[in-house]
Design a protein around this ligand. Structure first.
Ligand code: THU
Length: 130
């Protein structure tokens, strides 16, 4: 079921603009209505102005009018697992629950699947403000 997301995240990784870190990342998510959105990291000469692949994919989803994420794949290089950074865990939390499946990928394919609850336990979210 996640295979399309894995393929799209790896393809998005190849579109990354990452001339400063040389660490391209791609993300592809499935929204609740079944639509799929992908994005890449976009860096900037003023370093803090760059943003993550997950952020790009979330922005595309919001532009399409969707607000729930049911599954996501993230692809990055290196020997380690390219898990979402702390900021992106919180951004995902805004639109997903603890059981969100996060498929962590390398350029060769799926490496490991984790849940958002594992990466961001006891999280603060929209419900806290209701
Ligand atoms: N990066 C992402 O795109 N997503 C993550 O969750 C981890 C980090 C990007 C940000 C920066 O462009 C590069 O990877 C190196 O940190």
């Amino acid at each position: 079921m996640a295979e399309d997301l894995v393929t799209l995240a790896i393809a998005a990784m190849q579109r990354a603009y990452a001339p400063y870190s040389n660490f391209p990342v791609g993300a592809a998510l499935r929204a609740q209505n079944g639509a799929v959105f992908s994005g890449c990291n976009v860096e900037n000469a003023a370093y803090p102005q760059g943003w993550c692949a997950e952020t790009s994919a979330i922005a595309a989803m919001i532009m399409a009018g969707e607000t729930r994420i049911v599954e996501i794949a993230v692809a990055g290089g290196g020997a380690g697992l390219c898990t979402p950074c702390g900021g992106c865990r919180q951004r995902l939390r805004e639109f997903a629950s603890d059981d969100l499946l996060i498929h962590v990928c390398g350029p060769e394919g799926l490496r490991r699947t984790v849940t958002l609850g594992e990466l961001l336990p006891l999280s603060f979210g929209p419900d806290n403000l209701r």
